[in-house]
Design a protein around this ligand. Structure first.
Ligand code: GDP
Ligand code: IMO
Ligand code: MG
Length: 423
């Protein structure tokens, strides 16, 4: 069987976790392919809300296996907390959560380096989640990193010590003061490692390719969003991994010709958390209202998310880079009640009208050009069937489908698993 791919098309927090949970019943394996605890994937069902950071969003289903792929970076401290939350809710994971030996480990000093790097940048800071993501991927590509598989070797503590000592020297290079108690951080890290070691470590590329041969179905789960991709995002205000479709191939070891459907998840509007350009950002009451109704606060850091209108120029760019075959529109319910909705269909860039994402989308270069669409008043949150959709919502959907030339197959109208309409 093939691998289907699910990823975010904007700046993250599109609702990937919710949809992976909804789709898990159709798959044998859910495999997370990149990112780490910078992600916060929210699932709501049976009156409970769960936020996952590193664990794939299929974990609440009885039979699906969940693989943390080689492209993911794992912080044992945060991972332990995630597992404890599952323990508290009697969710059994021991036999259905598998960790790639090639996944890299976030050390306590990676987090310190992240903090030092951000602090030293001052106003130019990226707005990192400070989970040590950048420094860990830097050690990966710099060929210095520690991997999960190292924990099965006798000398892993020496490796750990050497890398930590190097990090401490690096910390001294920064012209900022970062207070820390390494002993305490390391004690916490050791407890995390012990918990991690209770799980099954696998050669995940081998495991997944064998599963494909055996006819098993796999859903690859992305983290962050395409506009945070290290290559195609709004660099340098991005994360440190490939969040786009190609990242699933390198992050799992599955070949491009194994990928079948690419599900692109987007919000009916746009949000961004952290710094960086955002052409359709709203600084007025409309943006405030979206944030309030949409409860736009980060699932990992609690930070207020910036809100704005849907940007079709950016969305089309993301669809192209990912080869999206189906779109899934989230949070349509949040737009109920606006008389007029705006959708950005082009940019005015250095005096010219363009309809592609240029190299430089800083606010001084870009002015969004909007098409106005009539809004709908009906509350969508209790809607269960596509035939109940208000006409103006259908027009909104139709407009996006025509512009992107991709069908919208799912419309989400609330955070709960059940508030999902398949078209
Ligand atoms: P992810 O990182 O892509 O998994 O998304 P997050 O979990 O960070 O953010 C999405 C937020 O929107 C969460 O609080 C979800 O519970 C919520 N959510 C998801 N889909 C919908 C929807 O259709 N309507 C509303 N109102 N909330 C939604
Ligand atoms: P999910 O998977 C939204 C943002 C941070 C910051 C930039 C770099 O929940 O959609 P990092 O910690 O990676 O160094 O931060 O990327 N960011 C996210 N924004 N959702 C996420 O994940 C994010 N992961 C990172 O806010 O701007
Ligand atoms: Mg999130």
């Amino acid at each position: 069987m093939a691998v289907d791919l699910l990823l975010g098309l904007q700046w993250g927090d599109e609702g990937k976790g919710k949809i992976v949970d909804v789709l898990t019943k159709n798959y044998d394996i859910i495999a997370r392919f990149q990112g780490g605890p910078n992600a916060g994937h929210t699932l709501v069902f049976d009156g409970n809300k769960y936020v996952l950071h590193t664990i794939p969003s299929g974990i609440f289903h009885k039979t699906a296996l969940n693989v943390v792929g080689n492209g993911v970076v794992i912080d044992p401290v945060i991972f332990k907390k995630e597992l404890e939350t599952l323990d508290q809710h009697n969710i059994h994971y021991a036999d259905k959560l598998l960790i790639s030996r090639k996944a890299h480990l976030i050390l306590p000093t990676h987090r310190l380096l992240d903090a030092a790097s951000e602090t030293s940048k001052g106003k130019a800071k990226i707005g990192s989640t400070l989970k040590g993501i950048g420094p860990t991927y830097m050690d990966k590509t710099g060929r210095n990193g520690m991997r999960v598989g190292d924990l099965e070797m006798d000398d892993w503590k020496e490796k750990y010590r050497a890398l930590t000592e190097k990090h401490i020297k690096m910390l001294n290079f920064f012209d900022v003061q970062i207070d820390y108690d390494l002993k305490e951080l390391e004690a916490e890290f050791s407890r995390g490692i012990e918990k991690l070691k209770t799980l099954q470590f696998i050669d995940s590329e081998e495991f997944l390719n064998n599963a494909i041969k055996e006819g098993k179905s796999i859903l690859a789960e992305g983290a962050q969003g395409s506009l945070l991709d290290i290559d195609f995002g709004t660099y340098p205000f991005v994360t440190s991994s490939n969040t786009t479709a190609a990242g699933a191939c390198t992050g799992l070891g599955v070949a491009p010709n194994r990928i079948k459907e690419v599900f692109g998840i987007f919000k009916a509007y746009t949000t961004r958390v952290g710094s960086g350009p955002f052409p359709t950002e709203l600084f007025d009451e409309v943006g405030e209202t979206m944030g309030r109704i949409g409860n736009e606060f980060g699932a990992t850091t609690g930070r207020k998310r910036r809100c704005g209108w849907l940007d079709l120029v950016a969305l089309k760019y993301a669809c192209q880079v990912n080869g999206v075959t189906q779109l899934m529109m989230m949070k349509g319910d949040v737009l109920s009640g606006f008389d007029t909705l705006k959708v950005c269909t082009a940019y005015k860039y250095k005096g010219e009208i363009i309809s592609h994402l240029p190299y430089n989308i800083e606010p001084e270069n870009i002015e969004p050009i909007y098409t106005e669409i009539k809004g709908w008043q009906a509350d969508l949150t209790s809607m269960t069937d596509k035939k109940d959709m208000p006409e103006n919502l259908l027009k909104y959907i139709d407009f996006i489908e025509k512009e992107t030339e991709i069908p919208i197959t799912v419309v989400s109208v609330g955070p709960d698993r059940k508030q999902t309409i398949h078209r």
